[in-house]
Design a protein around this ligand. Structure first.
Ligand SMILES: *[C@@H]1O[C@H](CO)[C@@H](O)[C@H](O)[C@H]1NC(C)=O
Ligand SMILES: *[C@@H]1O[C@H](CO)[C@@H](O)[C@H](O)[C@H]1NC(C)=O
Ligand SMILES: *[C@@H]1O[C@H](CO)[C@@H](O)[C@H](O)[C@H]1NC(C)=O
Ligand SMILES: *[C@@H]1O[C@H](CO)[C@@H](O)[C@H](O)[C@H]1NC(C)=O
Length: 403
């Protein structure tokens, strides 16, 4: 008897080997394809230039990544006008009076940047009006002090006097939620809850937190202001989380003072006398929508067909009196959504409400040259530097003077 079964066995193992080799190859190919796909999407997300070279899609017909022609552009499909919908809200939000309530839009996992703000300009118990004299006191006589009228008018927001004067200013962060609840995201949520327990300054809203949903976030800020802060706050300020808000300067301006004219353009400063209809920021005009698909700011024609945007204020920071905040919130319900929040709120809604946004040179978009840029403005764009700690140190170091 020849060992037939042995031959069969050998044949079997050869076949098995062949099979497993094929399987191995297939898995390898799948993994390879997977990584290529991942890197392609990463390239697509992170490098607009490569993207626009590879995907030469004509801008006019290009689809927006998140807002397709089938999306609803009606706010009421995303936000409820009056009903509470927040996942997290600071307890007692706006129960106390604040001269101004500052809403900082922040991504749900933006822990580090929020902490930076809390430790620097956002600590309004530390960085309050007395710091004004540290920064500018040596130029007394070269700027207008607060006006008496406004000091009386806003008396309920103020305490102490002269160089120890303080104003109540509230800073809150507004974040969205994750698309999916993965394990990783659950950890983030736990961290966020803890953060909120400690600092009581986080509003979390029930919509997906993406760049293209920033419009919903800003409308949410207006909603909270109108619902909870309207009777207790005189002003609303929206800031990006990479903006630096010079709170002492802000208080000084709201009380009717001016800053020393450090730079020629500072001479354009106005002394605030109005208490309603105030709507200030860095004006942008004649801005054309970007029609390239790969650009972060892409706005296709089906979202906004006109050739230019109406005049608007940069989203890095805009300030308004409470009546303006109310009118903008009302107008938002009759204005079609566009993914750029500043164009939407300060351009389109403002146009619908027949409001007048005004340029102020104190809202700076220029690149930061030195710490004086932080001292000489109300809002300075781009506070996101590794040197931040030292910058902050210098900021409040009254040995260092700006000219
Ligand atoms: C804010 O400043 C006060 C007074 O200097 C300090 O006690 C407090 O710890 C600071 N808060 C944060 C979050 O750094
Ligand atoms: C914005 O949020 C809504 C509601 O959560 C969600 O359905 C939508 O996909 C989000 N849009 C973008 C552009 O992320
Ligand atoms: C959104 O829908 C509501 C109710 O259906 C309507 O009153 C409102 O005018 C719509 N808004 C826009 C911008 O079309
Ligand atoms: C802070 O001040 C020190 C000493 O005056 C200076 O050397 C340093 O460059 C300053 N840093 C920043 C970020 O302005």
């Amino acid at each position: 008897m020849f060992a037939w079964h042995k031959i069969k066995k050998i044949k079997k193992t050869v076949a098995l080997r062949k099979n497993s080799f094929r399987l191995f190859l297939q898995v390898g190919v799948y993994i390879f394809i997977y990584y290529v796909a991942i890197s392609l999407t990463q390239i697509y997300e992170h490098t607009e230039k490569i993207c626009s070279r590879v995907l030469r899609i004509p801008g006019r017909t290009a689809l927006h990544r998140d807002w397709t022609p089938f999306s609803s552009f009606n706010l009421s499909d995303y936000i409820q006008k009056f009903e509470e919908s927040s996942l997290l809200v600071p307890s007692g939000l706006c129960e106390k009076h604040s001269l101004v309530t500052i809403f900082v839009t922040s991504p749900v996992n933006g822990f580090r940047q929020r902490q930076r703000i809390r430790k620097s300009w956002g600590n309004t118990s530390n960085f309050n009006y007395p710091a004004f004299f540290k920064m500018h006191g040596h130029l007394k006589g070269f700027y207008y002090p607060p006006s008496k009228n406004r000091m009386v008018l806003y008396g309920k927001y103020l305490s102490a006097k002269e160089e120890t004067l303080r104003a109540s200013v509230r800073v809150v962060f507004i974040v969205g939620r994750h698309q999916r609840t993965t394990l990783n995201n659950r950890a983030t949520i736990r961290k966020l809850r803890k953060e909120s327990d400690i600092y009581n300054d986080v509003i979390q809203e029930d919509f997906v937190d993406t760049f293209n949903n920033l419009t919903l976030k800003s409308v949410m800020a207006l909603k909270h202001f109108n619902k909870k802060c309207f009777d207790t706050s005189a002003y609303f300020l929206k800031a990006d989380d990479d903006s630096f808000v010079n709170v002492p300067n802000l208080i000084h301006i709201l009380l009717g003072g001016t800053l020393p004219a450090y730079k020629p353009h500072h001479k354009m400063q106005i002394r605030l006398t109005a208490t309603s209809g105030v709507f200030l920021g860095h004006e942008l005009s004649d801005i054309k929508p970007i029609r390239q698909m790969c650009n972060k700011f892409h706005v296709p024609q089906y979202i906004y067909p006109e050739a230019v945007f109406p005049r608007y204020l940069s989203g890095s920071g805009y300030l308004m009196s409470r009546d303006v905040a109310r009118q903008l919130y009302e107008a938002a319900w009759h204005t079609e959504i566009i993914p750029l929040e500043d164009v939407f709120i300060t351009g389109l809604c403002s146009l619908n409400a027949k409001l007048n946004p005004v340029h102020s040179p104190l809202f700076s978009l220029r690149k930061v040259q030195d710490l004086c840029d932080f001292r000489e403005n109300i809002v300075q764009h781009f506070f996101k530097d590794p040197n931040k700690k030292r910058e902050w140190h210098n900021m409040t170091n009254n040995q260092i003077k700006c000219k």
